[in-house]
Design a protein around this ligand. Structure first.
Ligand SMILES: [Zn+2]
Length: 375
């Protein structure tokens, strides 16, 4: 694919690089990249890949822009809040580069569309935030022989690698054969993330995508890199193909795509859960409700339920013996994960009158007290 006059001007800093040059830029123009998730990682990756002139960019995201996204999802502005991420991102990218094609899929990435999507693109950038999608994209990448640019973020730490670049490349399952237990996975919203972290990781993913497309340098295939923003250190270890890998090893047990439906701990409703609206009604009529907030002091300062007793999770077992046995104890936290842990701890001390507020104070703020500040 040849470049027109405007494109030559747009890409002049690439054309000045001997390693890219006109032929490399033309190769980028005839290349395609799918980005799974238009969030923290997807925004910077997409911005750089669009600016760099990858001819066709696909974005799959079913979500809409939320105010709490703006701390890190840098392609969006306040005007985008409430609107579909895929479409808003497309508009932003088209403004940066009108010479490329952008395809949006306002859909959930799942077993129904995974193979079809991977077959449409040369390289896939995984910008997802959950284990179900991560395993599905890894497996699809292996079966369709499509290189996968992996990135993940948590608090102050990032992880990056390239999987299935060639037949000899390792995959995500070579390192982590099976997904973790669903109950042990905190909700992404529960764990904080420093806003600039996905910018670093997503930009590295874009770099790797361009290098893989152009066959330049050494990619992260066979290497697993971690980034710690707190100590400002990159580290890496060698990741070889694991002969015991259930997907790409010698005795494979995974022969086809499987959906890994992994609910976060906060999404698993249990029978001792009480919904915010139901609790609100009960609180009107009963004086037997005893509320315990197991969050930390800095969180109580942001918002709390009236008449709640503040006992951080780390101290809950110390007070187990003095908790009232004749009251209906309802425990809550931010999203319902720590409160669930508190219930399990207190059960061991013989307490039975325990319930968990579904979705924590966050869901309460959404459904009952909409004036309450959320964090
Ligand atoms: Zn493998």
């Amino acid at each position: 694919m040849s470049l027109n006059k405007d494109e030559i001007t747009h890409y002049s800093r690439h054309l000045l690089l001997e390693e890219v040059g006109k032929s490399g830029q033309e190769k980028l123009k005839s290349s395609s990249v799918l980005i799974i998730g238009g969030g923290g990682l997807g925004c910077p990756a997409a911005l750089y890949l669009a600016a760099a002139g990858v001819g066709k960019l696909g974005i799959i995201d079913f979500d809409t822009v939320d105010v709490s996204n703006l701390q890190r999802q840098i392609a969006f502005s306040y005007d985008d809040v409430g609107k579909p991420k895929a479409e808003q991102l497309k508009a932003r990218l088209q403004g940066i580069n009108p010479h490329i094609q952008i395809v949006t899929y306002q859909d959930r990435f799942g077993i129904d569309n995974a193979e079809m999507l991977f077959n449409e693109y040369d390289v896939v950038v995984d910008g997802c935030d959950n284990f179900g999608t991560r395993y599905l994209s890894n497996d699809t990448s292996f079966f369709t022989k499509t290189p996968l640019i992996f990135g993940a973020i948590h608090r102050f730490q990032g992880q990056m690698s390239v999987f299935n670049q060639t037949q000899e490349s390792p995959c995500y399952r070579c390192l982590f054969p099976e997904p973790p237990d669903a109950g042990s996975i905190p909700n992404c919203a529960e764990a904080g993330v420093i806003g600039v972290l996905p910018g670093v990781v997503g930009s590295i993913q874009a770099t790797e995508a361009i290098k893989v497309l152009l066959g330049l340098g050494e990619s992260l295939s066979g290497r697993f890199m971690t980034y710690d923003a707190m100590t400002m250190r990159f580290s890496e270890f060698k990741l070889g193909k694991n002969p015991g890998c259930p997907l790409c090893g010698e005795k494979t047990t995974i022969k086809e795509l499987k959906e890994t439906e992994l609910l976060c701990a906060s999404q698993q409703i249990q029978n001792d859960d009480v919904a915010p609206a139901d609790l609100a009604v009960e609180m009107q009529s009963s004086d037997k409700i005893y509320l315990i907030d197991v969050r930390e002091e800095f969180e109580w300062d942001i918002c709390k339920l009236q008449d709640s007793n503040q006992i951080p999770l780390r101290m809950i077992e110390d007070v187990a013996s003095v908790l009232p046995k004749d009251k209906d104890i309802v425990i809550y936290c931010h999203h319902g994960i720590r409160s669930r842990q508190a219930i399990e701890m207190l059960k061991k001390h013989g307490l039975k009158n325990l319930r968990n507020l579904t979705g924590g104070i966050s869901q309460w703020a959404e459904e009952v007290d909409t004036d309450m500040p959320q964090y």
